[in-house]
Design a protein around this ligand. Structure first.
Ligand SMILES: Nc1ncnc2c1ncn2[C@@H]1O[C@H](COP(=O)(O)OP(=O)(O)OP(=O)(O)O)[C@@H](O)[C@H]1O
Length: 638
């Protein structure tokens, strides 16, 4: 059957609901992308399948994947269809196709040659697991992660050196020291997650953990040769890797251990792509099960940015004996690509409860009373998780700390109170509705120091440091308040003020962000370059490398990049700035969520300005990112 016949068939719906649900209508309403429809129609055509309920499910599965979901849950769709689609229309349409319930829908799918069941898994485009429908590859990724975790849960725990742990945490406190618990947990297990908001001591804690692992690896008898522990540090972006390098180096200095131990802790972090041996542009990595990484311990920071396929590939490349330690802030925006792995794995972490035997064990190792957190129904994964709750960056007087907390809770009233409270480090600019334009002159002021540094031709290290102090963040890409227009307006404004000679060509001070990994240059999507003349007065774009040094490239060597006086909140993940201005659009948008604003707020160390209306701030506080996957139910509820 050709695809035009299929479209005719799909149009066979109850008269009153006809325009509401067929694939072309779903596409016109933006529920489906052209690619979702083409994909499922081609598959169906090839397999000579024509059941509209199958086509609908397949197309939605593809569309939801594009929006970051790992799967669709037919039972959920049956109750709450995609936005813009009437429930009655969807059900009416499916009923017309002989599907009167979720069970019918599943039965229809399971009869299709395009769908495989999990009990007799075969390589077909779609996988039906209960009421969840996956694209085959994503089901495989999810299973890889689950199988890895199940294997770790079965492994015998290690015996960490309790004396060393207490030496690393000498302070006696009345309450539980969760940093100490995190170290005890992670030192006992081959897999662990340490989550916490900004400044809660994730790097401090993990540096102590690495110190413990290194010190434990030293032979008791110093006359024996020491087999060095191979530790690798990684993060999803170059910027995050550079920050991890810097933070570990700083935290190492404060360790109450010998120089020998400190020297054996690496500082240099790489990107995940580099670690796995990216052959840019292809989805396969050099390191995988057949060619595993050469390491004993892998620490990955900023894991909220890691998508499911990347996590699966990372796990695939781990040698069987390796320890994996994941660090991140579970409340930040999920990865750009599909999945919310950190959020799913640490789903119940807020409750901090452990199975009683594990709680006893932790009490013995730490000397703190963890038995108060014992709960016989704690799932296995809970022992691998520790949440750090105390921020050492933001004290009681910090507006940024209070605002981040209120937004994270989704407490719109507290967010507004905080914005109005007159904290010295939090400012709120409500847009003037009649104007409908971003206040570029005020936003641009934050770059005065930068332009002065450009004029003074300071060295690139210093210029980079000055540039990194201030950042304008946008919630969206398009429109007057989107990153593209704001950057164009800023360049124009700098031009009018004489700071930029000609915004259409390369100029001293032009700041760009790469939008693609570039194998030939060894640079990554998200890397920031600043344009300045070299010693011969030729303009070059200077990029900071993972070791903190700079390379200067001729502008002609860069192919895909954008100006970056403003960047989206998504792109800012993994970076921090002293001062941040977060610009919201004037009209509601589904991207305005609690996670997005929380991520924006927590990029600021010292000063945060929110540009946005009360209504949008309230709506964002009440809107959460929800991504479907099978991880939460497999790990937390099954
Ligand atoms: N237990 C502690 N007591 C006092 N200060 C601490 C403690 N833990 C961490 N700090 C301090 O708090 C600051 C933030 O710590 P750290 O960088 O480890 O946090 P983080 O969670 O990694 O931060 P970020 O959000 O920047 O990634 C550092 O100055 C650190 O020295």
């Amino acid at each position: 059957m050709d695809s035009s016949n299929q479209l005719d068939l799909l149009a066979m719906v109850p008269a009153q609901d006809a325009e509401l649900v067929n694939l072309s209508v779903l596409q016109s309403k933006g529920v489906l992308r052209a690619i979702d429809r083409q994909w499922v129609e081609q598959l169906a055509d090839h397999a000579k399948e024509d059941n509209p309920a199958l086509l609908m499910a397949g197309a939605l599965c593809s569309a939801y994947l594009g929006a970051g979901h790992i799967c669709i849950d037919l039972a959920v769709l049956w109750q709450s269809p995609p936005e813009g689609i009437e429930l009655d229309a969807l059900r009416g349409y499916l009923t017309e196709c002989g599907v009167g319930s979720v069970q019918d829908w599943c039965k229809t799918l399971s009869k299709s040659a395009l769908v495989t069941s999990t009990s007799a898994l075969s390589e077909r485009p779609l996988v039906l697991s209960g009421t969840r429908l996956y694209l085959y590859r994503y089901y495989q990724y999810e299973q890889q992660v689950l199988q890895y975790l199940q294997a770790q849960f079965k492994a015998d725990p290690f015996e960490p050196d309790a004396g060393l742990i207490r030496q690393l945490f000498p302070a006696k406190t009345d309450s539980v020291d969760w940093q100490k618990v995190a170290v005890a947990n992670a030192a006992s297990l081959p897999f662990s997650i340490i989550s916490g908001g900004p400044g809660t001591g994730k790097t401090t804690t993990v540096t102590k953990l690495l110190a413990l692992l290194v010190a434990q690896s030293f032979p008791q008898d110093p006359s024996f040769a020491r087999k060095p522990l191979r530790i690798e540090l990684a993060a999803p972006t170059g910027k995050a890797a550079a920050r991890l390098t810097e933070s570990i180096a700083k935290a190492k200095g404060n360790l109450p251990l010998s120089d020998e131990v400190k020297q054996a802790i690496p500082e240099q972090a790489s990107t995940l792509h580099r670690l796995l041996g990216s052959d840019f542009g292809r989805s396969r990595f050099k390191h995988n099960k057949a060619n595993p990484l050469h390491l004993d311990v892998l620490l990955v920071d900023e894991v909220s940015m890691v998508d499911l396929p990347m996590m699966a590939k990372l796990i695939d490349a781990l040698p069987p004996h390796a320890r994996l330690i994941l660090l991140g802030d579970k409340d930040q925006l999920a990865s750009v690509e599909a999945g919310s792995v950190l959020g799913d794995l640490s789903y119940g972490i807020e409750n901090s409860y452990f199975q009683p035997d594990w709680a006893d064990r932790l009490s013995q190792v730490t000397g703190d009373n963890i038995s108060q957190f014992a709960n016989p129904s704690a799932p296995l994964i809970s022992r691998a998780l520790t949440l750090l709750r105390t921020s050492y960056r933001f004290d009681e007087n910090s507006g940024i700390g209070h605002l981040a907390k209120a937004m994270n809770k989704g407490d719109a009233k507290a967010v507004l109170t905080c914005l109005r409270s007159g904290y010295g480090d939090v400012h709120w600019q409500q847009p003037d509705g009649s104007q409908g334009k971003a206040d570029i002159a005020t936003l641009a002021k934050g770059y005065d120091d930068y332009w002065q540094a450009v004029r003074q031709k300071v060295d690139i290290n210093e210029l980079y440091a000055v540039f990194s102090r201030y950042q304008i963040l946008t919630a969206v890409r398009q429109g007057e308040f989107g990153v593209e227009q704001v950057n164009a307006h800023l360049e124009q404004y700098f031009y009018q003020r004489g700071q930029v000679k000609d915004p259409h060509v390369w100029y001293s001070g032009k700041a760009v962000m790469l939008t693609r990994n570039d194998a030939s240059l060894g640079l990554f999507n998200g890397d920031i370059g600043l344009c300045m003349p070299d010693d011969t007065q030729r303009l070059r774009v200077w990029f900071m490398q993972a070791d903190g040094s700079f390379i200067g490239l001729l502008p002609s060597r860069l192919s895909e990049f954008e100006v970056v006086f403003a960047m989206t909140v998504h792109k800012s993940q993994g970076s921090e700035f002293e001062r941040v201005a977060l610009l919201l659009p004037m009209t509601p948008s589904p991207v305005l969520t609690r996670e997005l604003i929380y991520t924006g707020i927590t990029r600021a160390r010292k000063d945060f300005t929110l540009w946005g209306s009360e209504n949008l701030v309230k709506a964002a506080a009440q809107s959460r990112i929800q991504r479907s996957s099978g991880l939460v139910s497999a790990l937390w509820t099954d």
